[in-house]
Structure formats: C-alpha cells, structure tokens
Design a binder for this molecule. Structure first.
Ligand code: FUB
Ligand code: ZN
Length: 665
C-alpha cells in the first residue's frame, strides 16, 4: 500500500510566501514551523578566534587543495568529468576511478566557494564560479538531467539507486541556492530549476520502480531549499515525495532506510550518511508542513541516536560492515544499541557532519538547547578530526582509538592510516569545507524579538530585529576560555531578548549585564536576557571550563570501566607523541579524582589547551601472539599524562591514540 502523509492536499498547490528577501544560509524566513530564522549571510562576520581561524584555513588552504585533488586521477571526485563530458578537456580523466557521486562533491566545492565569497567578496572567486557554472550548464542534458559519471560510464538513468543521481542533483540544488544568495546571480540557480523540474517529472508519479531510490538523499534538503528560494511549491511536493516514497513498497532495505516508512520508524538504521541526510531533509519538510507524524518519528530516532548510538565525539555510524536488526546487510552504518567500538569505529566524517546538520535543523524548529549541544559536540570533535590542522588532508573514518601501525586500522580503500590529500572516496573533504565556510550561518539566528547565539566565537552581528537593527560584538577565545563578552553596538527601539545557549555541561554558568550582579543560568537551556537595550550595554557570560571526567553507560562495553576527559565542548585524547618515553597509551589508568592543569600551547597543533595530570601506569607484558593468559600482578607507578584535543590527533605522524582510558580506581 502506498503510504502518504496526511497533508492538506491544497498545501502542495499553494505557493507559500516567498522568502525573497532572505539571504541566509537557508532561506527559512517564511517557513511556518521554524522558530529560529537564519540571519542574512552579510549580517555576521567571524572577526577572530577559533572559527575565524578555521574559515581562513579553508579559504587559504582547503579550497585550493580541493580543486587540486579533483584534478588528480587518483582521486574519486573529478572536475575533469565535467570537462570531458562537455568536450572541454579532461583527457587525463580515469573514468574507472571516478565515483558515481563525484559530481556531488564538485558541487559541494562550489558551495564552499560561494560561502567564502559571501564573506570575502573576492572577485576572482566569483569569476571562477561563473566559469565552472558555464561548464555545468553545458553538461546538463536538455531535459534537465545531469550526471557526468553516468554519461561517461555509459550507465542507464534511474536503474540503480546506488548510482547516486539524486545525491549529485541534491547537492547541485543546495549549492545553486547558496550561490544565488551569495552573488545575486541566477546562472547556477537556473540549472538547479531545470534539474528540479526534471526530478518532478520523474518522481511526481511516484513510480513503484523508484520507490526506494536515493542513497545519501541530499535531494530532500536541496529540493526544500529550492522551494524556499523560488517559492515554487512543486519543489516542496518533490521533497515530500522523496521523504515518503522510501519504504512505501516491499523490497526495501535498512541500508538506505527503505525497509520501513520514515513515519513508522523507531530507530536509526543503515548507512549513516544516508540516514542523517534523510532525517535532516525530513526535518526541513516538517519545517514547511508541520506534519506531526514526521516530527514524532524524528523525535523517536533522535532519542535512539543520542541515547544509544552516538559517540562522545558526536560521531555516528560505527559499523564498517554488518547486518541490521532486521537482518539487512549494511555498511558504514548504525549498529545495534550501545555497540560503539573505539578502534573500529567507522564514523565517516560526512555522517558526523550530517548529524550536526540534522541537529542544527532540529534546533531551528524548537530552540531546544540540547540540539545545539549535539551540533557543537560534532563541530569541535568529529567534524574537525576529519581534517588536518593545516586543512589540506582528510580522514574519512574517525575512530576513537588506535594502537598504532602494528594493528592496521585500514579496512576499506578510503581509510588511509594518516589523513590524505586525495581519497578514493572524496565526499568528506568537501563536506568539511562547506560546513566550516558556512558556519556563521549556524552560529546566530533570530526569532520574533530575539537574537539567538548558538555558537560562541569572536564575531560581529548586525541584523534587523524588534523594529530596528540589533548589532553586537562578541569577543572570546572559546572553546579555550569560557568567558564571552558581548557589547551592544546598535540597539533596536523595542525590547529584545539575547538568547544565549548554556550547554548542558556548563553547570554554574553566569551572566552579568553591565554592573549588575551575575545571575545564575540554567544549563542545558537558552538563557533569555530580555530588555530594552542601549548602545554600549555589556554582557559577560561565564561558562565553567574545568575539565570533566566522563563515563559511559555500562552497556557500552567498549567504554566499560573507562573514562574520558572533556573540557567545555572539546573531547580530549591521549596520543603517543605526548606520553613519556617507553610508555604505551594503553598502560595509563586515570584516577577518577585526577586534577588537571590546563595549559595554553600556542605553537602546538595550531594552538591548543593541553591538559596535564598524573596517572597510574600498569606496565603491559609481552604478549607474543597469545590471546589469553593467567594474570600475573604487576607493580604500578605514577607517571605524568598529557592530553590533547581529540580533533588534533594524527597531526604529528603515525601515532597511537585513545579517547577512553581505563579508570584507576
Ligand atoms: O555514497 C557516497 C559516499 O560514499 C558517501 O558520501 C559515503 O558515505 C560513502 O557511502
Ligand atoms: Zn564522506
């Protein structure tokens, strides 16, 4: 039976008010069920600090690296496929090595350029984007379909859901909307409209043969964004079709969440990027339609992910290969409840980022801080771990432990032991780049009479609010310091609220306004500072930054009797370059009473706070290939232990690393 969500039929036909003036990272100004609206891209500037530095790394190093990699025949994503398809070059292209999802990664690189351009207004980027877009236009087929790998490999359209046609075209739609907003031009947007019209013709009849189509369904987010950008309700209907068709006929698999209709699903299953793109896209659909069964399903799945299937780093998708509870073969996938191995944690960077994307969208619906916390956890940990400090090499998998090169962690071709500039599967580098380039669009938001601060970084904000402009300067060295100073640069005439996310870990947080005594703030919620503001008003937020020793639910066997260390949102790790000579990372055990000294190391790993303490060392004996033996007690001693942020691991050559450490008591 075809399952359809109960939506007033009329809704699909109505062109909802176009968010024409919206120039944010998403055009959600008119979205009826979204509480937190995007600020215009021009409204926010990261002027210094952690994320401004990463933006700069992406602008200076990552962007050129992406294009160089996409011109390297060893790389899975290739811009040359567009050149070859259009007869403009690409002679060196290795079609055999070309991923069918290569186009999507090229579009993500252009999206990154557009986001960088939105900040820098560098005319060279604008010109280069125009040149590339001309090639995209030439590669598009007259009916709107576009996939250069399909053309070059001679594959028939819509015959195999793993051919990633929807992934590619989905990323095209998103990138085109961002490009339109950043430049005001229509050249890319017009290509996207032709794509979407083609998809509408293909999918609107809900052909049974295509019921389960879509792998990594960026097409849902892309269609919604195109709907918001153009106001054409066809594209909203398209997004709903993509969301509803999956699981609507027999023959689906948990691999791409098509065994069960999303509205009936109770758990996160299958390929984690595919899952998270589906959940993020469905959240966008809810933002436009308000369909309660969809939200109820998303809530159930969120509880499952964050309550049973997510790593401390916010990473998801632990399984390399395996089977789902319903016995479907899956890969790069969610495993069973509490099954969170450390060394063989797959945790594809794209899956982690998609978890952040989904949580950012859920935050937008509700303003509930727990979604902001999860998003932030990913950003500081399992997103950044995917990229080297200099922004030029990348990990696809993000394990939480490595015992060293003697136990290879390389299982799939795309999992190099050290980060690499080229990868046989190149989806992650472009995902990292576009997310960092667009982060200013996530950091702040607004609702009726309120400015929301979702992420803390040094920034200037100037946006229309409460009948005027509300402009603020934020200054902080967060996440290294928990002090954030806000100065009001322009105050609107009416009362306005400054909404500050107080993370769940920040118990004891305070805020003071001017000379008023500090007020205690509830952690795990947004603090609302509401008043008529005046230019020059000052707010100081203090988030306690003492290191925390964390334990896992005892069902997580891979972390049982172990602890991890966090400071603010940053997860720490023990890495072999920091351990005293002759000691292995696995020999340390941490007393639960450990006290840490936090030291700023400006020239280490791009500038980090390291944590120093003393730990107990239990020497490991020689195992010589044995698997088990009778325990012989070993004398323990105390040794210094130094920890670095997890995200910065493997930047000093081949190393051993662990996030979870045995507890000493
Ligand atoms: O599906 C295409 C790419 O390969 C995805 O981005 C990864 O998750 C991997 O499946
Ligand atoms: Zn990826």
């Amino acid at each position: 039976m075809k399952f359809r969500l109960a939506l007033p039929a009329a809704l699909a036909l109505i062109a909802l008010p176009l968010a024409a003036e919206s120039r944010g990272i998403v055009a959600n100004t008119a979205s009826p069920h979204i509480k937190l609206k995007a600020l215009d891209l021009d409204d926010v500037r990261f002027t210094a600090g952690f994320w401004a530095d990463r933006f700069d790394v992406v602008r200076r190093n990552t962007l050129p690296t992406l294009w160089k990699a996409m011109d390297d025949p060893r790389n899975g994503a290739q811009y040359a496929s567009f050149l070859k398809t259009t007869g403009r070059g690409g002679e060196h292209l290795n079609v055999g090595a070309l991923n069918v999802w290569s186009d999507g990664d090229v579009y993500k690189a252009v999206e990154t350029m557009a986001l960088v351009y939105a900040t820098t207004r560098d005319p060279a980027i604008d010109r280069r984007m125009d040149e590339i877009i001309t090639v995209f236009a030439a590669a598009q087929e007259p009916d709107g379909y576009i996939s250069t790998p399909m053309r070059l490999k001679g594959l028939a359209r819509w015959t195999n859901l793993r051919n990633h046609e929807l992934y590619n075209m989905g990323h095209l739609m998103t990138a085109a909307c961002i490009h339109h907003r950043a430049t005001g031009k229509r050249n890319f947007l017009d290509i996207a409209i032709k794509v979407a019209d083609h998809l509408y013709v293909t999918f609107q009849p809900r052909p049974r043969a295509l019921a389960h189509f879509g792998f990594n369904p960026s097409n849902i987010m892309g269609s919604i964004e195109l709907y918001r950008t153009t106001g054409n309700s066809k594209y909203l209907e398209l997004a709903r079709i993509f969301t509803e068709m999956r699981g609507s006929a027999p023959g689906g698999s948990d691999l791409n969440q098509s065994r069960t209709s999303l509205v009936k699903e109770t758990e996160a299953v299958g390929h984690a990027v595919t899952a998270m793109y589906l959940y993020a896209g469905a959240t966008d659909v809810y933002g436009e339609t308000g369909e309660q069964p969809l939200l109820a399903a998303l809530n159930r799945i969120w509880d499952d992910v964050t309550g049973r299937k997510m790593y401390l780093t916010g990473a998801v998708g632990n399984l390399y290969n395996g089977v789902s509870r319903k016995n479907d073969e899956v890969h790069e996938a969610f495993g069973l409840d509490y099954e969170l191995p450390n060394r063989f944690a797959y945790n594809e960077t794209c899956a982690n980022i998609a978890n952040a994307m989904w949580n950012w969208r859920l935050l937008g619906l509700s303003g509930d801080a727990r979604y902001g916390d999860t998003m932030e956890t990913v950003l500081y940990n399992s997103l950044l771990s995917g990229m080297s400090i200099d922004g030029t090499s990348f990990y696809y998998a993000n394990p939480l432990r490595r015992h060293g090169d003697e136990l290879p962690r390389v299982v799939r071709r795309q999992d190099p032991a050290l980060r690499s500039t080229v990868l046989p599967c190149y989806c992650c580098p472009t995902s990292i780049a576009r997310t960092i380039a667009g982060l200013k669009g996530w950091a702040f938001a607004k609702s009726e009479g309120a400015l929301w601060v979702n992420l803390y970084t040094t920034a200037q904000v100037d946006t229309a609010l409460a009948g005027g402009r509300f402009a603020l300067t934020a200054k902080t060295s967060y996440p290294w310091s928990g002090t954030i100073h806000f100065t009001v640069d322009k105050a609107p005439p009416a009362e306005a609220a400054l909404m500050l996310r107080i993370p769940a870990w920040a118990s004891g947080a305070t805020a003071s306004i001017g000379n008023e005594p500090p007020r205690k703030l509830q952690s795990g919620a947004y603090a609302s500072l509401r008043r008529v503001w005046h230019t020059g008003d000052q707010v100081t937020l203090e988030l306690p930054m003492q290191p925390r020793i964390v334990e896992a639910n005892p069902y997580v066997e891979s972390a049982r009797n172990q602890v991890a260390v966090m400071r603010g949102p940053v997860v720490y790790a023990v890495e072999s370059p920091d351990t005293p000579a002759g000691l292995r990372i696995s020999e340390f055990a941490l007393p639960t009473t450990a006290r840490f000294e936090a030291k700023w190391e400006p020239s280490l790993l791009g500038g980090v706070i390291v944590l120093e303490t003393s730990a107990r060392v239990r020497p490991e004996m020689e195992w010589s290939g044995m698997l088990y033996r009778t325990l012989s007690p070993a004398a323990t001693r105390i040794a210094p232990l130094r920890m670095v942020p997890y995200y910065a691991w493997a930047n000093r050559g081949m190393s051993h690393m662990t996030v979870w450490i045995p507890r000493a008591d």
